[in-house]
Design a protein around this ligand. Sequence first.
Ligand code: PCA
Length: 207
Amino acid sequence: MAVSRIFLVTGFEPFRGERINPSWEIALRMDGDEIGPLRVKAVKIPVKCATAVRRINAAIVRYRPRAILGLGQAGGRTAISIEKVAINLADERSSADESFGARSSAVIAGAPEAYFARIPLAALLREMRKREIPAQISLSAGIYACNALMFASLHLTRRRQSVPVGFIHLPYATSQSAKHPNAPSMTLEVMETAVRALSATIARSIS
Ligand code: PCA
């Protein structure tokens, strides 16, 4: 079967008592958009490593996407974080738990230890700089549901290397920051502009 023209954009449900997760708010706003020759399909993912892996697997089988961009929240980060590495480690306990990471299991048993994102990192950073949106490359997506989703996306498409796969962590939205007055935040509108521009650059990178 031919690879479809779907650009799969995923976002997570709210977690840790937040009312929204900007990752899903933005994915939803993009649902159905045309990006070059591709059409966005937004898929909502529960915040649980094992469930995230099952959901992304089902979405990849169903849509056979031409590109995949996962979005998630990393409250406390100062900028749009373009993740470079996904590792085969998962811990279902909250990262707020002090023993987080002490005991962990594989995201996918028997899979390699890590994958690198398959998106044009330098071009993506340039795009953010051009638009004066703070962005950085991140070398760790953590070991919670976001890393699990990124790892699974890369592993499950490893035989389709021409399919770009990446993950972006977003800071707190300004509307969330009333509860986190000392944490940096960004408006949803700026984050949406950033994700749309990043998605367009990823779509353009497809040969
Ligand atoms: N952020 C968490 C899980 C869901 C989300 O949006 C993470 O960084 O793993």
